[in-house]
Write a protein that binds this ligand. Structure first.
Ligand code: TRP
Length: 434
């Protein structure tokens, strides 16, 4: 549940649908789905198995499977880049999550007559962005201080179904509105000629890695908390299915909503035909939608932004957990001290982004999610596939096999992370750079 809570977040509702809308619609969806199952799921399994085997953070896990000093040294480097990437991702994630909280609070305030405050909370502004980001970081820290298991698992279990139901209700409503059909067609009818686009494939890979929280050690740490009685391959499959399912469901809301808004005169495309201000668009389109629904609109808006804030929180804690677990395990710091210091550092990074928004926001997203995450994923595959001794890996995988015969997964996966995953990642990154 905690891993599913980490996977399901802004990537599903804010990231995936808007990127699909601006990168060829259904063509992006097709490539994303292929990469999610054929590339991201096996990498997720690499993180889970490495984590459970080592019962520790990424640096400790890579050291444990290493067979010489060079491998251990490189593993430490990979782990450090992972910690840095996780912090970088949290630093932009907290900004967008803050907007979710802002909108969630703006609707009841508006209804209560405090419309000046409501407007301040929902309009782009330096002080508002900083304040909301800070609130979100404090919330994240508070949960991480309390520990991962109990609170988060319980929250995820109850709120995930609520999120799914709200998304479904909203998309059904949107599909009855004028213009929705156009959005639906863009989402569902692929333009085959675009599927081979280098840019599209590269972005879809980043989206898949982001959505499943891969590369930085988040899932590895969660794997380290999983008991030996659990069957890892089905655990991973459940996480991937829930995550991809919610992303696809969100697409049925966001894309039609964009075209409904366009039908009503909201400008969503620039002259080149690309999507206008991709990162903030849903914060224009969705409120316009809620406003068109009168009283029910306010209730749905509160439900939607409230649930999104919580989905963001169950993701952000899994990012902060990366530096915190490292500090606790490596330096024996208390959880409290580690969480406070990591939060201070990430908040400082995030403030720099807010203060230089136009320059840094998009750049940080590209570097951390489209380059860093897949390349770290590649490194993890190399450690799981080449460095780790095969017999020990197989024993780790077989820990909970009831059958004595090796399963399909056990026969294919070690070979697959060894050859196929690295090749796909390298090919996509190389094609993009060159
Ligand atoms: N997967 C989350 C989402 O879709 C974001 C996330 C959580 C994440 N932990 C991560 C992304 C670690 C990268 C790395 O919103």
């Amino acid at each position: 549940m905690a891993a599913a809570g980490s996977a399901v977040g802004l990537g599903n509702i804010w990231g995936f649908p808007t990127q699909a809308a601006s990168n060829g619609g259904a063509a992006f969806v097709v490539v994303y789905l292929i990469l999610a199952f054929l590339l991201a799921y096996p990498v997720l399994m690499a993180e889970f198995t490495l984590g459970r085997h080592a019962h520790g953070n990424m640096i400790a896990a890579l050291a444990k499977v290493s067979r010489n000093g060079t491998q251990r040294g490189l593993g430490t480097l990979v782990g450090i880049v992972g910690i840095f990437t996780a912090s970088l991702i949290l630093s932009f994630y907290a900004i967008v999550s803050g907007w979710m909280i802002g909108f969630g609070a703006a609707y009841p305030l508006e209804a209560a007559g405090a419309s000046a405050t409501a407007t301040w909370l929902s309009e782009f502004g330096l002080l508002r962005n900083l304040t909301l980001m800070l609130i979100f970081m404090i919330l994240t820290m508070a949960v991480v201080v309390g520990g991962v298991e109990k609170g988060i698992e319980r929250w995820s279990k109850r709120l995930m179904p609520a999120l799914i139901v709200t998304l479904m209700a909203l998309s059904i409503y949107v599909l009855t509105l004028e213009g929705a059909g156009k959005g639906l067609a863009v989402y569902l009818v692929p333009d085959i000629t675009k599927i081979w686009s280098t840019e599209l494939i590269f972005k879809a890979m980043g989206a898949a890695f982001f959505s499943l929280s891969l590369g930085v050690g988040t899932m590895l740490i969660y794997g380290s908390y999983v008991s030996d009685d659990e069957h890892l391959p089905s655990l991973g499959a459940q996480v991937a299915l829930v995550d991809v399912g919610i992303a696809v469901l969100a697409g049925f809301l966001i894309l039609p909503a964009m075209y409904v808004a366009a039908e009503r005169g909201v400008v969503i495309f620039n002259e080149a035909g690309g999507l206008l201000s991709e990162d903030t668009l849903i914060f224009v389109v969705l409120p316009a939608l809620f406003d068109s629904m009168n009283q029910a609109g306010t209730a749905l808006a509160v439900a939607f932004f409230g649930l999104m804030s919580i989905a963001a929180l169950t993701s952000s804690i899994s990012m902060l957990e990366v530096p915190v677990a490292f500090l606790v395990e490596r330096f024996q710091w208390s959880r409290f001290k580690a969480a406070v210091i990591a939060t201070l550092i990430v908040t400082a990074m995030s403030s720099v982004i807010v203060l230089n928004f136009d320059l840094l926001f998009g750049l940080v997203i590209t570097v951390s999610t489209r380059y860093s995450q897949p390349i770290l994923g590649l490194a993890l595959c190399l450690y799981a596939g080449w460095v780790w001794r095969r017999d020990i890996l197989l024993k780790e995988l077989a820990k909970n096999e009831l059958e004595t015969e090796p399963t399909l997964f056990m026969r294919w996966w070690p070979w697959y992370v060894r050859f196929v995953c690295p090749t796909i990642i390298l090919a996509i990154v190389a094609r993009t750079i060159f």
